[in-house]
Ligand binder design. Structure first.
Ligand code: OOG
Ligand code: MG
Length: 301
């Protein structure tokens, strides 16, 4: 994204982030203090209880205001906005996390994991990995009223991907307001080797096998994501329209975990094998920042 667009984004999110939520904050927390605390937890790798334990009315939209305020802070410290991610678009994810509707969060360039790198254990708290269908947008997509067919027409290429999620909440325990505020547990993501135009594959039947240390532990098809990942993309465009934004040409969209996420303790090796989109490897090995002995990045892939 160009600098000017980033600046526009920062302006509009500042306005959104500082708006009054519908209700008075409880427990002494405000949009500003929760936002600051979440970024501190992320930067210092600290886990904490969910804010809704103290601020019961921290709802989805208040969470979005916090998320947007922290996007402004991420842009101010030099990160570039590169797209969006959806959270909880599959039944597997909704059941595991106990939040039963999808929502949207921001992706910046700081979250890109180079192909062949291990899970960046050194900067995350308790990473988990999930397979995702990833879109690169050819055209701008602006809601409301976007259908899945219109959404797919705006997609340039489709990729297999793996998202490394990392909640700032202890044991990934949260409610909708907590997790939207926490940018949907964003951590890092990596995309696979093959990008295809949407017309060249059937996304509802595109399958993924999730492999941990050589054992297949889970599987799903694209239909797990809202019936079709294009539905998730339309949902993102329509939800963002409500928040005053569009999905821009060139953006990356992570459409949401197809299966439950898997744990990745240091030294474990995770691979996502897609039918047509190739395999994504998160190689065995430790992050250079880790205290554990290093093994060469890329080993095992
Ligand atoms: C929330 C983030 C969800 C997805 O793809 O569903 C997400 C979480 O599970 O911690 O990224
Ligand atoms: Mg995800």
């Amino acid at each position: 994204m160009r600098a000017r667009e980033s600046a526009d984004m920062a302006d509009s999110t500042t306005a959104y982030g500082t708006r009054e939520p519908g209700r008075q904050p409880e427990g002494g927390w405000t949009i500003e203090t929760v936002a600051a605390e979440l970024l501190r937890c992320e930067d210092e790798r600290i886990e904490r209880p969910p804010f809704t334990d103290e601020w019961a009315d921290l709802d989805l939209d208040t969470g979005y205001a916090i998320q947007d305020l922290n996007l402004t802070k991420r842009l101010e410290r030099g990160e570039k906005l590169i797209g969006v991610k959806l959270g909880l678009t599959s039944r597997a994810k909704q059941q595991r996390m106990g939040v039963h509707f999808p929502f949207v969060a921001w992706l910046t360039d700081a979250m890109i994991l180079p192909v062949g790198d291990p899970v960046p254990q050194g900067r995350l708290i308790h990473p988990r990995i999930e397979p995702e269908i990833v879109f690169v947008m050819g055209d701008r997509l602006e809601g409301p009223g976007v259908t899945a067919a219109q959404a797919m027409a705006a997609v340039e290429t489709v990729w297999g991907g793996a998202e490394v999620i990392d909640s700032r909440y202890k044991d990934f325990r949260f409610k909708a307001g907590d997790v939207s505020a926490d940018n949907a547990s964003s951590g890092a993501f990596v995309t696979g080797p093959i990008g295809l135009p949407p017309a060249e594959l059937d996304l509802a039947t595109e399958a993924v096998l999730v492999e941990v240390d050589g054992v297949i532990v889970d599987s799903a098809t694209g239909a797990a994501v809202q019936g079709h990942p294009g539905e998730a993309l339309a949902l993102a465009a329509n939800d963002l329209a409500r928040r005053g934004h569009a999905i821009e040409a060139g953006w990356i969209v992570l459409t949401g975990g197809m299966t439950d996420a898997v744990f990745s303790p240091p030294g474990s090796s995770v691979a996502m094998h897609f039918t047509s989109l190739g395999s994504v490897f998160l190689a065995r090995g430790a992050d250079p920042d880790d205290t554990a002995p290093n093994s060469p990045a890329g080993q095992g892939s």
